[in-house]
Ligand binder design. Structure first.
Ligand SMILES: *Cc1c(COP(=O)(O)O)cnc(C)c1O
Length: 399
């Protein structure tokens, strides 16, 4: 089907939940994708922080092919080899003792909310159920996660939301302290706010949050759906801060492109869920777990990719800083860690996204005026240079 017709039918048959660009991608390899007209693009979006190893990494492709031939789905009524292997890998490389698999970020966060409430009821009684999250956060679109998401524009129209949530400004330990009371059961944060415009907290913020949680016996839930799986140059962002969460949620990069989410917790917290308390039909099926194992194997191989992500991320950051020096009236701020980077503009970011697309670069804009870059962790310096050159050109034209 030619792309013009496909776009027409897309508009005819699909819900209008996305403002899509008029492009149809048909192939991807590494950091490159090609559209139906044969035009090549460098992907600085990575399917929104999903394609950590780039498109169609050979090890991931082979793992999916092999597993698809053997067994795609059974049921969580039975033990699943790939699920156990993946859980073991995650446990060995994190703070956690136990893993539950689901299919997306929002589902992982729903599970985290349920688990925190259950745990708190078990140990502290029925009146301790409030969860504090941050303004400007993003935790997903189902009701629990939507309620935890401290953004009116995302919640509007769907009220009433779930009871028992409170919001504080991110990176403000005082506000957090004064929000805690006898009803609080958990603090729920992204280590770096992704959709909120790549907001990086002070180095000691999460350390202080951890202390606050310990003093008040609160659970610290970290949403690492976007920051996890090597994105920040460590396997998980919490590792930068020498702290451990009690519950962590993952999705996006976890499966190397296939839909999978997970919730990780310590033994004590995980054991609050008993048989029958939580479930997912597809959660952790053999196919997605095989893909996730292959992805994690490559990320962890000799620590090479994580170190590379730190180095190339630092290079990218420096180039963005130079861009800011050159165009201080357009670039207001440069933020991020590893390969989750953003530049805050003094103006709407959408024209830049549009112009970059035309020039063969996929980027996106969050929070209205923040250009966000979450490329595959294998992005190279010369590819970064090409994007920076293009951004320079566009800024010179004062787009
Ligand atoms: C994307 C995202 C989610 C939601 O994930 P879905 O898979 O789209 O449900 C939740 N939290 C964070 C931090 C995210 O970036």
């Amino acid at each position: 089907m030619d792309s013009k017709r496909l776009i027409e039918e897309s508009q005819k048959y699909l819900f209008k939940t996305y403002n899509r660009f008029p492009v149809v991608f048909v192939k991807g390899r590494g950091v490159k994708v090609w559209d139906s007209e044969g035009k090549e693009y460098i992907d600085f979006l990575g399917g929104v922080a999903v394609n950590v190893l780039g498109h169609c990494h050979p090890k991931v492709v082979v793992a999916i092919q092999k597993q698809a031939q053997r067994l795609i789905h059974v049921s969580n009524f039975y033990h699943i080899e790939q699920q156990v292997k993946l859980a073991k890998l995650l446990v060995k490389n994190s703070f956690a003792d136990k893993v539950f698999f689901c299919n997306s970020g929002t589902e992982a966060n729903e599970a985290a909310i349920k688990l925190a409430r259950k745990y708190s009821k078990l140990y502290f009684g029925n009146d301790r159920y409030e969860i504090i999250s941050a303004f400007n956060s993003f935790h997903g679109r189902t009701f629990g996660s939507l309620t935890a998401t401290g953004q009116e524009k995302i919640q509007k129209g769907f009220e009433p939301l779930l009871p028992g949530f409170k919001y504080v400004p991110f990176n403000d330990i005082k506000a957090l302290k004064s929000a805690v009371n006898s009803k609080t059961c958990a603090i729920f944060l992204e280590p770096i706010q992704g959709e909120g415009g790549v907001q990086v907290p002070e180095d000691d913020y999460l350390v202080k949050v951890r202390e606050l949680c310990d003093e008040n016996k609160l659970l610290l839930i970290l949403d690492e759906v976007q920051t996890g799986m090597g994105r920040t140059g460590k396997l998980f962002a919490y590792e930068h801060y020498n702290i451990k969460p009690d519950i962590m949620t993952l999705a996006k990069g976890l499966g190397g492109g296939v839909p999978i989410g997970a919730i990780l917790a310590s033994e004590e917290v995980a054991s609050a869920f008993e048989p029958g308390n939580h479930a997912s039909t597809f959660g952790g099926n053999p196919l997605v777990c095989a893909s996730a194992i292959a992805t994690l194997d490559v990320i962890l191989e000799d620590g090479y990719l994580l170190n590379y992500c730190q180095r190339v991320g630092a290079y990218f950051y420096q180039q963005l800083l130079k861009l800011k020096e050159k165009h201080p009236f357009i670039v207001k701020d440069v933020r991020g860690k590893g390969l989750i980077l953003g530049i805050e503009l003094t103006k709407d970011g959408m024209p830049y996204v549009q112009a970059c697309l035309e020039k063969g670069f996929l980027i996106n804009c969050t929070a209205g005026n923040v250009l966000r870059f979450t490329p595959p962790l294998i992005i190279k310096e010369d590819e970064i240079d090409k994007l920076i050159e293009e951004l320079k050109k566009l800024m010179r034209e004062n787009l």
